[in-house]
Structures are given as C-alpha cells and as structure tokens.
Design a protein around this ligand. Structure first.
Ligand SMILES: Cc1ncc(C[n+]2csc(CCOP(=O)(O)OP(=O)(O)O)c2C)c(N)n1
Ligand SMILES: CC(=O)[C@@H](O)[C@H](O)COP(=O)(O)O
Ligand SMILES: [Mg+2]
Length: 642
C-alpha cells in the first residue's frame, strides 16, 4: 500500500519514519507528474515544494494553525496531505478538485484567489486576530520570490515587521523564478543571500557537527544560529528582511525536509513574525521540468511522462498578437512592450528578442506597470502593456487616475479575457469591459478574429491622447468572419429579412451571433448581426441601427453588469430609443472551474440558448410569429450541433 494512501490528515505525517517520508515524497512527485501530464496544471511549482510542504505540515498543526499559499498554484502537495489524495485525479476537471485552494474542499484551505502577492496581507490579518483573541495558533504564509515582487507583499511586510504579537511564519519559497528568472533589486538581494558559497559551506559544517550531538543538537543549533546569523552578516549582506526589523532564518535548503523542519521549529519558537528563507528548484525531481528552459514546466499543457515532451498545440490568439506586435515595433520605434512577469504567456517574447531595449518585465507588479506606462507615454513613447485581463483589475486606479486622467497614450492588451475556465473564478477575465467603462476617454476594442485583432491593434497604437484597450480570449481564434458592410465603425456580419432583431455580437461572441441568426432566420425572423469592433465609446451607428429594429440582443464574453450591453441599453435610453434590449453575458458570479466551452454553454452563452430566448420573446410579443419551436428548444437546432 502506498504511504500516501495512509495519509488522511497532516497529523499522520508525524508517525512516519525518515525512510517512509522519503518514500512519500517520491510517491507524491510521481502522482504530481502523472496527474498534470493529463489534466494540465502547475507542475514545476508543486514539484518544488514537496519537502517544504511536508515540513510545514509536520511542524505545524493545520487547520488549527493556518497555512496560506500565495497565488495558490503550488498547493497540490498541501491538498495531497490534507486528505484529498484519493480524488487528486479529478484535478482541474469539472466538479473535481480545484487547481488552487478551495474552502469548499477543505478546512485546511484559505485563499482561493489566484492573484499573486496577497498571502502576507491575509496572514497579517489572521495572525493579528488570533493575537487579539488570545488564541495560541500560528499562521504560516508560503510566498514565492516572484510574488514577493508584488507591491502588496511589501505593504504587508511593513506592517508585519511591527506586529510583535503575531505568531506568523513567512516561508519565502525562493526558486529564483516567476515563469522566467525573477527580476529586479529584490531578486538580486535574495540571490545575494542564497548564493554565498562560503556561507553555505560553513552552515553545512555547523549543522552537521551540532546536529550530530544527541539530545543537545537542535537546541545547540538554535544557539549557534545566533552565531550563524553573525556569521552570515559577516559572509552575506544584511538581509533586506532584517533591515525591516523582521527576524530571519535561512537560507535553508528547501528540499532538505529535515533542515526545513528544524528551521520551521526554530521559527515557531520565536513566537513573533519571522521569515524562513527556503531555497528550492522549480520542477525539482523531474528532469524534463528542471531542464525546461522557458519556465521549468510552470503550467505545461498535456505532456508525455517518459519524455517530458508536450503534446503539440495549435496557435492561440496570443501567438498572433506576438507576431503582430513585432511588426508594429518594426515600424514604430516609440513602441515599448511591458509585462508583469509573464513575457511568454502574454506573447511579448518575440518582441523582446527583437527589441530587448524596448521591452520591460516589471515583475508581478501590474499597478507599477500601468503607472510606469503612463510615465513612458509622458516621456514620449507608446507603451503596450500586455497582461491577462483579470490581473489588470488590481491596477484599475492606475489606469483611471495615472493613465486616463493625464490622457496618456498607453495600449493595454488584455489576453485571457472572458471565461478562461480551468483556473477558476479568479482567473476569468470577465470584469474588464465593466470596470473600464467608467474610465473617461478610454477606448476599448474587442476583435472578433485575428484579422480584426491586427486592424484594431494598429488603430489602438495610433491613439496618443488616451488609453486604448484590445481584449481577446484564451485559446485558439476562430476562422475570420468577414463583414458584408460597415456602418460608421460597426461591421455588419449578417443582414437577412426584415428588421426584427439586431444582434450586437461583441468580439469573440461574433461567431455565436452569426449562429443565432441562422437559427432565427430558419424560423422566419429577420436578423441583422453587427460587430461594433470598438465597444467604448458606443458607436452612434448602433443607436440608429437599434432604432430601426424591434429588438436588440447583445452578446458579450464579460459580466452582464456594467458591460457592453448594459452601457448600450443606457445609451439608447438617453437617446430616447425605445427598442427593448436583451443583454446576454456572464452572470455576475464567481464561476467554478471547468472548460471554457462547458461554462459558456452552462451560462447560456450559446447560440441555441440565445436563439430560444429571442424566439420566446418575439412569440410572446407577437403570437403570429410563434412557431412550434417555441416550446421545444431542440427544434431550433439548425446545424445539429447540440
Ligand atoms: C497579480 C498576478 N499577476 C500574474 C499572475 C500570474 N502568475 C501566476 S504564478 C506566477 C509566478 C509566481 O512566481 P512565484 O511567486 O515565484 O511562485 P513559483 O511559481 O516560483 O512557485 C505568475 C506571474 C498572478 N497569478 N497574479
Ligand atoms: C497561476 C497563474 O496565474 C497562471 O500561471 C495561470 O495558470 C495562467 O494560465 P494560462 O496561461 O494557462 O491561461
Ligand atoms: Mg518563484
């Protein structure tokens, strides 16, 4: 029987021998590799925290002591040792366990938000609460070196440094990388701490000699720690954490479980905030991951376990952006590319290779990126900040008050907009076309296909006195959908029969809009389908089109509150256009993980569902238009795809 099968709670870890613990680590690695190879997910980060997580759960008593993971993508080992090994095969599957902590799954889980750099703030609050309530409970926060480049982490550290009563242990999981090597002064400071060879050799010698002494060992090791600390000061620069007044233990070999346990036990005894600096390697224990130069299998697609080779995947929207931004950069020498630690995932790697001096990776620091972009624009350049839509949320005030207020020509390229699916509620890019609607002067475009993405990017970078946004979804783009006409800035995609229904299909929903038209025209309903291209500001042509039709139906891959449909409805009302508007979009909810297409179907963003609703509405308003399909959704199925 596998040792992992015997672990139903972290306390079971305490009964294992050294040999069993080593076997358990191997079993966990094997399960991680085999599961992610088929389910996808975060392999490199989780292979890097096997020993570290086991040590945490042997020294601390979860869930009485709380363990908070920053970003949460590295919480698979935590899940395995907190009773979820039996269902680990359902990882990231619909109805299965999430790829991030989930309160619904376990009392051991806290932070579900996959946005980086939040863990220390949570931990600060929880630890203060326990101190005030007089509860003798510890809080352990695991934060990566990448997440430490996020501003929130330093806001938290500034407070934690003076929270003397907080029983808070911060484990810095330092593998030197986000996707690629972590950038900036912090990375250099951490490297200074972890790469001082003399310090390591002396540390090794001290640890071996002292720990060899039975009974006295650990205590003596603690006492010597003070010496070691002095030693470190002599050998390595004063740690930036200690300069903040934070106690610091380390650096510790994060793959040496015993050493990690000693360091954690020592930190636990401090009784106040303390940092344990663990040195790990992303992908540790699986050669293809460790050797994977790009990102050490941060989030690989399906791959072959034996060879580590990823299954070939087709081009996605990002790949087409990656090509086009280089072409733009060739003709526009003022264009600079910016990313928040995601150079390849957002498609700026080719631009960086071509124009290294015009490409900036700012770390996981979207707020800084947005305001630095404003600075770059003020300085006479045109920044293109490529970022996942959901991660721009945290830079809303910077977009509003630092970029738009000063009329800066910055282009935001929002990848992964709309429903992304696998990475759960905090990854869906369903907010941008709502929150950015309120930004005065900002122009927002949603391309329906690659050709329109190129056109709209070209138009966006020409705007020098306002922020522009181009947003597209995760995954492969559709075939091009050519327009049959253009009215104002609005592309007409379909125009059949009388002007019964105007379908306003936004960006990636254009194909769905055309399919809705197919279903309605098959029922004798006249339909016009348009793609606004620029959804903000509202194109006046849409007002005239709406006025000429009996019903307006909007379809968008964005939340329904404050989105394109909502704003069009408001605009028509202000223009005294009485045509009713039915808004179809993402319900304003946190959506559980599942594949994008499954979620779209489930929330009614499918041609079948929308056409049925429209037909129902028309039949109830004009019974002469009622047909047999009103009560039988399947009869609408003109192309037999449902
Ligand atoms: C605000 C935000 N921006 C970007 C990301 C995308 N992202 C996910 S994990 C990751 C790298 C995290 O690096 P680190 O904290 O060092 O953890 P590691 O993967 O090395 O364990 C990034 C940039 C995110 N989750 N949140
Ligand atoms: C954890 C995190 O925020 C990212 O690594 C996320 O997994 C991005 O996923 P995709 O790049 O697959 O959309
Ligand atoms: Mg890292």
């Amino acid at each position: 029987m596998a040792i992992l099968d015997r672990i139903t709670s972290p306390r079971d870890l305490r009964d294992l021998s050294e040999a069993e613990l080593a076997t358990l680590a191997a079993e966990i690695r094997d399960l991680l590799i085999r599961t992610v190879a088929t389910n996808t997910g975060h392999l490199g980060p989780n292979l890097g925290v096997v020993e570290l997580t086991l040590a945490i759960h042997r020294v601390f008593d979860s869930p009485r002591d709380r363990v908070v993971f920053d970003t949460g993508h590295q919480s698979y080992v935590h899940k395995l040792v907190t009773g979820r090994a039996p269902e680990f095969g359902t990882l990231r599957r619909e109805g299965g366990i999430s790829g991030y902590p989930s309160q619904a799954e376990s009392d051991h889980d806290i932070v579900e938000n996959s946005h980086a750099s939040t863990a220390l703030s949570y931990a600060d609050g929880i630890a203060k609460a326990y101190a005030i309530r007089g509860e003798d409970r510890h809080v352990v926060a695991v934060i990566g070196d990448g997440a430490l480049t996020g501003g929130m982490a330093w806001e938290a550290l500034n407070n934690i440094a003076i929270a003397r009563d907080s029983r808070l242990v911060i484990v810095v999981n330092d593998n030197g990388r986000s996707y690629t090597p972590t950038i900036g002064g912090l990375a250099t400071a951490l490297a200074g701490l972890r790469t001082n060879p003399r310090y390591e050799q002396v540390l090794d010698m001290v640890r071996k000699r002292v720990n060899a002494v039975p009974a006295v060992g650990p205590t003596a090791y603690d006492a010597l720690h003070a010496v070691k600390k002095g030693l470190k000061d002599a050998l390595a620069p004063q740690g930036l954490f200690e300069d903040l007044g934070l106690k610091y233990v380390g650096p510790v070999d994060g793959h040496d479980r015993h050493a990690m346990e000693q360091a954690l036990a020592q930190a636990k005894r401090f009784g106040g905030p303390v940092i344990v600096h663990a040195i790990t390697r992303k992908g540790f224990g699986y050669d293809p991951a460790e050797r994977h130069e790009a990102d050490q299998f941060h989030a690989p697609g399906p791959f072959d376990v034996q060879t580590g080779l990823e299954k070939p995947k087709g081009l996605i929207w990002t790949d087409h952006f990656a090509e086009h931004i280089v072409r733009i950069g060739e003709r526009r020498h003022d264009i600079v590319g910016m990313t928040a630690a995601m150079m390849h995932p957002v498609g700026l790697d080719k631009f960086q290779a071509r124009f290294p001096e015009r490409t900036f990776d700012v770390g996981i620091a979207e707020q800084h990126a947005a305001t630095s972009a404003a600075g770059l624009a003020i300085g006479g350049l045109h920044p293109v900040f490529a970022v996942y839509a959901t991660f721009l949320n945290r830079a809303f005030d910077q977009v509003l008050m630092d970029v738009a207020l000063h009329k800066c020509g910055v282009t935001f390229v929002l990848d992964r907009s709309g429903v992304t699916g696998d990475d759960g509620a905090s990854h869906n890019g369903m907010w941008d076309m709502s929150i950015l609607q309120v930004v005065p002067g900002l122009r927002l475009a949603a391309p329906r296909d690659v050709t329109r993405m190129r056109e709209l990017l070209d138009e966006a970078v020409e705007v020098s006195d306002a922020p522009t946004v181009v947003r597209f979804p995760k995954g492969p783009p559709p075939e091009d959908i050519d327009a049959i006409d253009r009215i104002g800035g609005v592309d007409v995609l379909v125009r059949k029969g009388s002007k019964d229904v105007l379908v306003v299909a936004v960006g990636s929903m254009a194909g769905t809009g055309v399919e809705v038209a197919d279903r309605l025209t098959a029922q004798g309903i006249g339909v016009t389908v348009v793609d606004p291209r620029w959804v903000k500001p509202v194109d006046p042509a849409l007002i005239d089109l709406a006025r000429d039709h009996r019903l307006v139906v909007t379809i968008e891959d964005n939340g329904v509150i404050g989105g394109v449909g909502a704003v069009l409805l408001q605009t028509l009302s202000a223009a005294h256009v009485d045509t009713p508007v039915r808004v179809h979009g993402i319900p304003q909810e946190f959506l559980d993980h599942a594949k994008r297409n499954v979620i779209l179907e489930r929330i009614g963003l499918s041609a079948q569902s929308i056409a049925f609703d429209v037909l129902h509405e028309i039949a109830s308003a004009d019974p002469s238009k009622a047909t047999s399909t009103v009560d039988d959704r399947t009869l609408l199925d003109v192309d037999g795809t449902h």
